[in-house]
Design a protein around this ligand. Sequence first.
Ligand code: C2E
Ligand code: MG
Ligand code: MG
Length: 559
Amino acid sequence: MPIDRTGEDRPLLFVGWIDALPVPAALIRPLARGNFRLHASNAAFDRLGLSPAGLTAPIELRRAIERADQDPEDTQEFSCQLGEGPAARDLRGSIGPLSEECGGDHLFLLTLIDRTQEMMTERNLRRELVSDSLTGLPNRAGFEELVEQRIADDAESDHAILLLDLARFSRINEHIGPLAGDELIITVARRLKSSLRSGDILARTGGDEFAISSRIAGGRADVREIARRIRGCFDHPFRIGELKVSVDCALGCTIQVGGDRDVADQVRHAQIALKRAKQTDRIEIYEPEAAMLSDNRFGLETALRSAIEEDRLYLAFQPLIELATGKVSGFEALARWDNKSGDAISPTEFIPIAEDSGLIVPLGQWAIAKAASTIAEWDAKNGGVPVDCYFSVNVSAIQLVRDDVATVVRRALEANDVGGERLMIELTESAIIGDPDLALSVLSELKALHTRVAMDDFGTGYSNLAYLQRLPLDVLKIDRSFVDHMVDDRDKVAIVRTIQSLAEALGMKTTAEGVETADQARLLSALGCDFGQGFLFAHPMASDAAFDYWRQSLSRPIF
Ligand code: C2E
Ligand code: MG
Ligand code: MG
């Protein structure tokens, strides 16, 4: 029966409706520090045994009452646990203001929903999700969770993850039958467990795969010691019923340096080591990425060397469009390499390798020579009339230092009998910053051949305006990053405008890289940018397709 327990001298509220609510409910008035006065309650609420003074109220409830007191307009939600041990109840509650019509006056309706059963089911389900039903050990998900937890608790220490795979388990399983196979797994799990140090985590992460996480102090030596101890578990045969079964295992490990939290990644590393261990029959410790990468780089370097020697690189041509007229003014020649399986390897991948290995010098010489010979080819295709466009070739900063670029260009022009004005050389800012005097002398030699020079990816480096003024540059190529999304980014527009006025002041032209939309092209054109290059006009194309593109552009402007 609802009663008004406030004892205040004012009309008794009609609170009978609270009994009709199907969940524990009470009308409360907040007091200081999350305490409350119980104004009315229903029987379901009374059964929970929350004392009117709020003394037994869980902290979450008290905080919610405090919030309600401070912010009486809003409903406050909370979750809490009442009581301890098996009798504990999981509750979800809300505290909302009672309207004036209901006799509000800083009274709140507190309702609770008992979620004990639901939470128990959820917990059981979770337990099932993270554990292996055969051995009772954590499974892969459970292992990752536990290790993550442990790293969070002890970020200072290094840990090792060891993955263990039973050798030829499927064959053994076939031989002794699946029931005995299960028993073998259970026995292995037990033996492994007894070999571990306290605090180690053991899990069954696959049919015949176990994972161990262990804190280590002595780096690789410590890991090898743990691995040897684990391997020692397999020194004696396992007894399964009447049978004695000898089992061997492969072990792959990885070291997790303090605070390195990506456990899934670490497990993947241990798997790579395990795979190697299966081949070498030794305990393998994962080598850090750099070592793997250098393996891969070395492989790529060898392949690239032979691709250059066997003349298997080719050039792709991407048009440079004059924005004011929509005419093709030239093409950038971009190196392309398809490996022996026919997969294209991006220049962003192989150019750095070429630069590191010195292969950039023959590669760059080849690109210049190939561009010049393609010009001659195009002229011939055009009935012997010189095609009215130039090719722009990239030269790396490293080549500029190690090679005599001007001589390479001169020889390529002479060999194909084409004029220097048909070539442009693209240099990045780093080529100039590295050795400005050298850059100045090479550029001057190129000028003497009538070859033009563009500064590539302008805006991404650290160009000093003084250098820019000194160098006989013809074009600034505005880096793609400023063009990308420039239409709705005022900062980018401001940068492009600045580069544009700088170029104009120095008597240089500009080319915008990475033009992908007509809006960008229009905006660039309005800002005074001279040329555009990008997927809007065309992707880089093979020589024949590029020639056709040029020929067609004569009868209709591209833009
Ligand atoms: P880069 O000189 O700045 O060349 C422009 C790059 O932007 C090319 O990538 C081109 O395909 C790409 N691109 C063109 N239009 C668009 C566009 O609208 N959107 C986007 N997202 N990308 C666009 P690619 O061919 O992959 O070349 C990458 C870089 O590799 C080049 O950048 C250049 O620095 C270098 N490279 C290529 N060929 C050679 C070469 O023969 N010698 C040297 N030293 N470097 C080269
Ligand atoms: Mg370029
Ligand atoms: Mg560029």
